[in-house]
Design a protein around this ligand. Structure first.
Ligand SMILES: [Zn+2]
Length: 209
């Protein structure tokens, strides 16, 4: 069980580290390219049309997810290319310069640029609402870095502790004095070997197996 937890934790840390690097790259890119993936759907129910759109975007150091919704007035039609269709997902890439960035207006983290924007408007064809969830790249990257940094420091601490135990003729796993039985630990059954980390994994295998 402990071994499973260790392996799962390490895999999560690796995935988290890769996502962190990806977001860091996206952050750099966001200052010269606006990237957006979006998907739109539109359907009618008793001749009244509604539409939904979803977008993921990256611009000027922030990322967002936005959902927008349109209720067309009875008898009003959405644009023809939207009717009864799922459009997308489309990838839009544009120059950053021409795009305006909206700042979040709701939520406890507005001061650091994270939060929500609710929007609503209406015209002769219907009512439109949208919710945008904004997160700065640096915040996402920092959160994603926590697990890999923790896993790495834990690994280094473990390695140091095992080296110290081996140098003092103690069992690298449980710290038992191995001067009388250097080949196998009488306390936990571990067999000391060259690589302390491999040893630790083997030892956990013994314990959980
Ligand atoms: Zn031991």
């Amino acid at each position: 069980m402990k071994r499973l937890r260790l392996i799962t934790g390490n895999r999560l840390a690796i995935v988290s580290a890769m996502l962190c690097i990806a977001i860091f790259s996206l952050a750099l890119r966001s200052f010269w390219r606006f990237d957006m993936v979006n998907l739109e759907t539109c359907r009618s129910n008793n001749a009244v049309w509604t539409g939904d759109g979803y977008e993921l975007a990256s611009l000027h150091g922030v990322m967002w997810f936005r959902h927008y919704h349109a209720d067309f007035l009875p008898g009003k039609l959405p644009p023809e290319n939207l009717r009864n269709r799922i459009r997308g997902p489309f990838l839009h890439v544009r120059r950053t310069k021409t795009i305006r960035l909206d700042h979040p207006s709701e939520g406890p983290l507005v001061a650091i640029g994270a939060g929500l924007i609710h929007s609503a408007s209406a015209d002769a064809s219907g009512a439109f609402t949208g919710t945008q969830y904004i997160v700065p790249h640096w915040l996402a990257a920092t959160l994603l870095a926590v697990l890999p940094i923790y896993a790495l420091t834990r690994l280094l601490r473990l390695k140091r502790r095992m080296r110290r135990r081996i140098a003092n003729d103690l069992c690298p796993s449980c710290g038992y004095d191995l001067r009388a039985s250097p080949d196998r630990c009488p306390e936990c059954g571990a067999v000391p070997s060259g690589n302390p980390i491999l040893f630790h994994v083997r030892r956990l295998t013994i314990v959980s197996g």
